[in-house]
Each structure stands twice: as C-alpha cells, then as structure tokens.
Ligand binder design. Structure first.
Ligand SMILES: [Zn+2]
Length: 125
C-alpha cells in the first residue's frame, strides 16, 4: 500500500513539470540583483497590472496569467551568455504574482518561475 501511495505522489509531482528546456538569454548567477516582489491581492488585479504595463500585448496572453517579471535586457542576436545584459547598469528585476499561502503551492511555483527570469532573462518561448 505504501508503494502505491509513493508512486501516486511521484506521479502527481511529475505532472507539474514542463518539457520545455531552459535556454538562458544570460546568466546572472552570483550577480547581485536589485529585486522587487509585488504580491497582488488576486489574479484579476495581477492581470490588470499586466495590461497596464504591457498595453500592446494581446489579450489572449493575459488570460490565465498567474505572474510576470520585468528585467533589464537588451535583445541581441550575439552569442550567449551576457551578450544581452544592459551595459554596465545594475541588474534590476520586478516580480509580480500572488502571495503564496501554503508551502510549495502554485504561487510558490510561479514565484520561482519569475525569479528565474531575473537570473536568465527570456529563458523560454
Ligand atoms: Zn516565463
């Protein structure tokens, strides 16, 4: 019985993982980052902030949005890493999500996803 419960837990944890590989635009590992985290009261407020700060983004992208981040990055077709850092300016990042309520809940996962944008920029399509 314990074996089946363990398998079920592994299966459920695996459902949360994506098959999309991480492709860093840059690597700010071991780099100080000025980080601001904004916890919105609910997803509607978060999505309203996204629409306000991204007026040209299609509405379809906002539906289902659970978090977003903004960071300083210059798109550059040059080779990775560090080709896309914004000059010598300090690394800054703002993460928007809802406040985690339970350990490792969905908001915690989103917080980690958005924090990785601060470290690796546009790391996924
Ligand atoms: Zn992302």
């Amino acid at each position: 019985m314990r074996y089946w419960i363990a398998c079920l837990l592994v299966f459920l944890a695996g459902c949360e993982q994506s098959a999309t590989p991480v492709k860093p635009a840059f690597d700010r590992t071991n780099t100080p980052i000025e980080l601001t985290v904004v916890f919105h009261g609910d997803l509607a407020a978060l999505q309203q902030e996204y629409r306000r700060t991204h007026p040209n983004s299609p509405h379809s992208k906002v539906n289902g949005l659970t978090g977003f981040a903004t960071w300083n990055e210059v798109k550059n077709p040059g080779p990775f890493p560090n080709a896309t850092l914004l000059g010598n300016s300090p690394a800054t990042c703002v993460v928007h999500t809802t406040r985690p309520r339970k350990v490792d809940d969905k908001s915690t996962l989103v917080l980690g996803h958005e924090l990785l944008h601060c470290i690796n920029g546009s790391y996924h399509p």
